[in-house]
Design a protein around this ligand. Structure first.
Ligand code: DD3
Length: 322
């Protein structure tokens, strides 16, 4: 079965870094011990499948894993190669001028993007299970009395973010850095983007400052930081990828999936996950709102969806808020 190879840059890092949990957890050498537990979710439209599996680590111990497979988009330059290389074609049906086939491209043109979370916690597994969702209208007071105490009681690890900020992981993927400790950030491609085509461009800006958990913590004092992220991000992406700022969606999530302030940059033409009205907040709107009211995000009711199984939803129910 498939061998997993770390990229060269990653291998180099790993030798000097040693301590797992800092530079990264130990990775299994292959998927050959893969044992499917359950399919958590699949989407014919997105061509993705999310699986809970068991994998053996280097010591031979079986541990939980989440394995995500995704068929990747076509890109124009590769397409002639697939068709002109005399690929295997199997006729499905033929009728008048119409016919359909199964085409079997050579391995280098039939790649499947694979994401592995290993070892995976119950939280990781839960996150990908399909669930009912419910809207929450969280007032500023609800945030302070329900959401914040809940967040503080949880141990959400953002170690992977600190690894990036400290150049202990993904250093070779950094596209831009403003090193200022208060108003600086690192811009790099998100995990979800394989960087093969700009159609589904997806980068994230991670702030150097570690005290801003989310949109709720923002006030007008953060305007220099937010303005830097917007203007430097737009201009670097224009230079590096040729995507104009008029074709970029720049936004924050509330609730975010990790509590270290970050900003998403996605191609406007790409229907990126998490761009729904109940989650995405355009950075340009955020900047303007903070200009109107320095405490805008401490005062406003923010609406978002929570999954049926999320403990935070339970907290809102206990408080009689939904
Ligand atoms: C994550 C949100 C977090 C599963 C998965 C992703 N971009 C990341 C580690 C390194 C990264 C990201 C959590 C985790 Cl698939 C659980 O995302 C990351 N590196 N979004 C980059 N560049």
């Amino acid at each position: 079965m498939a061998e997993l190879h770390a990229p060269e840059s990653c291998k180099r890092k790993r030798e000097s870094d040693g301590a797992p949990g800092e530079g990264g957890e130990a990775q299994p050498a292959s998927l050959s011990s893969f044992k499917l537990q359950t399919v958590l979710r699949e989407s014919a439209r997105d061509k993705t499948i999310f699986m809970h599996a068991k994998l053996k680590d280097k010591e031979g111990d079986e541990k939980d894993a989440v394995v995500i497979l995704e068929k990747t988009p076509f890109h124009a330059d590769g397409i002639s190669d697939i068709l002109s290389d005399d690929p295997k074609l199997k006729l499905q049906m033929s009728n008048d001028v119409y016919s359909t086939y199964s085409l079997y491209p050579p391995p280098q043109l039939s790649e499947i993007k694979t994401t592995l979370i290993f070892p995976a916690t119950e939280k990781h597994i839960q996150k990908y299970r399909r669930q009912e969702v419910h809207l929450i209208h969280e007032s500023g007071e609800d945030y302070r009395s329900i959401t914040l105490p809940f967040l503080e009681s949880q141990s959400f690890s953002v170690q992977w973010v600190y690894n990036i900020l400290e150049k202990r992981a993904e250093a070779d993927r950094i596209v831009h850095e403003n090193p200022d400790p208060a108003n600086g950030f690192i811009l790099l491609p998100d995990f979800k983007w394989d960087q093969k085509q700009v159609d589904d461009l997806y980068l994230i800006a991670l702030c150097h400052i570690r005290t801003i958990k989310s949109l709720r913590d923002l006030s007008s004092e953060h305007l220099p930081l937010l303005n830097n992220i917007l203007s430097e991000g737009q201009s670097v992406i224009q230079k590096q990828y040729g995507v104009n700022k008029s074709q970029l969606r720049v936004y924050l999530h509330y609730q975010p999936s990790y509590y270290h302030l970050h900003v998403h940059f996605t191609a406007l033409g790409y229907d990126a996950p998490g761009t729904s009205v109940e989650r995405a907040h355009l950075l340009s709107d955020v900047i303007q709102n903070l200009g109107l009211d320095p405490q805008y995000y401490q005062r406003r009711t923010l609406t978002y969806a929570l999954r049926e199984d999320e403990p935070l939803l339970q907290k809102f129910r206990e408080a009689g808020k939904c």
